[in-house]
Design a protein around this ligand. Structure first.
Ligand SMILES: Nc1ncnc2c1ncn2[C@@H]1O[C@H](COP(=O)(O)OP(=O)(O)O)[C@@H](O)[C@H]1O
Ligand SMILES: [Mg+2]
Length: 330
């Protein structure tokens, strides 16, 4: 369990590295965490060495809601693509060994929204997530994250971009030998130079954010599955990413715990302005949290619907979409 995270690689991406430094010093409560840091945005974005620990990376990203902030205005737009959507996907295709998983997938994710990727098992939801963050190569198409084209970026730029994104993989386990607080502290320790008391305070504030303030000293084996998911979210949030990917966060949870997790995601989105991309095939979750969604389909090898989940449920004529939302036979 504790080894899984290292082995799978994507776990690394959980850690938007240096950003936590300035955040840590300021972190006082959820509302503080995604606050725009107005200085040095354009410079920070280009800096790549380990020296740039004060890099205010997220600035101007989740802050887009406050588009008048200087951070937003100063932001370089190397790609020529407006930085407005947090994610822009254009005609994405992924194939494994000549087998197309999906093609022609296009959508945008807006700032502060909870965007859901849904569809049956094996339709390519996790693959799309990985393609969006460059872990799986695109056979076609272009993806922009936080205003930068990931696929066009060099290694250093790509790394820097990935540091600004939080990811919780379905298999993203906590380290079993470490308390929850230590688990959350790990990315902070690894990617900031905060002194121990500040790291601990930050970790505790993140655990508080997910309702685990009282469980900070417990080991993963001493908590429920739902609590473990919450702790995983706290860890993904440790360094205040403006964009958070959750791959099937409620998988394996009972319906009540799962509903609680949905509430938590909504709360965090509302209180911090974090943009969420949530992969799920659980209808209740989709309806509860999704501002907008896309639906992938294995047979269609791509997207068969896009929009507000309730609208799709009530109005889609597509047999598979109807079947999914109304639990009918397709
Ligand atoms: N690295 C890989 N190599 C080959 N095939 C893969 C790889 N990753 C996923 N697949 C295949 O791609 C399809 C979609 O997988 P996945 O994205 O995990 O589906 P979902 O998350 O929707 O359940 C599956 O048929 C899976 O077996
Ligand atoms: Mg999956």
């Amino acid at each position: 369990m504790s080894d899984g995270r290292r082995a799978e690689g994507p776990g690394e991406l959980n850690r938007p590295r240096e950003t936590g430094v300035s955040d840590g010093r300021r972190a006082e409560g959820p509302g503080e965490l995604n606050r725009p840091r107005e200085t040095g945005v354009s410079d920070g974005r280009r800096a790549e060495g380990p020296g740039e620990l004060n890099r205010p990376r997220e600035t101007g990203v989740s802050d887009g809601r406050r588009a008048e902030g200087p951070g937003e205005l100063n932001r370089p737009r190397e790609t020529g693509v407006p930085s407005d959507p947090v994610i822009r996907a254009e005609d994405l295709a992924v194939a494994f060994g000549g087998r197309t998983i999906f093609k022609d997938v296009s959508f945008e994710v807006r700032r502060g929204e909870i965007f859901v990727i849904l569809g049956g098992s094996g339709c390519g939801k996790s693959t799309l997530l990985k393609a969006l963050i460059g872990l799986v190569p695109l056979a076609a198409g272009h993806a922009w994250l936080l205003g930068e084209e990931l696929t066009a970026a060099n290694d250093a730029a790509r790394r820097a971009l990935l540091q600004r994104i939080g990811v919780m993989w379905q298999s993203g386990a906590l380290f079993g030998s470490m308390t929850l607080a230590e688990n959350v502290e790990l990315p902070i320790e690894e990617h900031t130079r905060l002194p121990r008391p500040a790291r601990e305070a930050l970790a505790r504030s993140k655990l508080g954010l997910v309702g685990l303030g009282d469980a900070a000293g417990r080991l993963p084996a001493e908590i429920s599955g739902g609590m473990a998911k919450r702790a995983g979210i706290a860890r993904a949030l440790a360094l205040d990413p403006p964009l958070l990917f959750l791959d099937e966060p409620s998988a394996g949870l009972d319906p009540i715990t799962s509903a609680g997790l949905d509430d938590l995601i909504k709360e965090i989105a509302r209180d911090t302005g974090t943009t969420f991309v949530v992969v799920t095939h659980e209808l209740q979750s989709i309806l509860a949290i999704g501002d907008r969604c896309i639906m992938l389909d294995k047979t269609a090898q791509g997207m068969i619907a896009q929009g507000n989940p309730r609208d799709l449920r009530d109005n889609s004529d597509h047999p598979t979409v109807r079947a999914f939302f109304r639990r009918e036979a397709a």
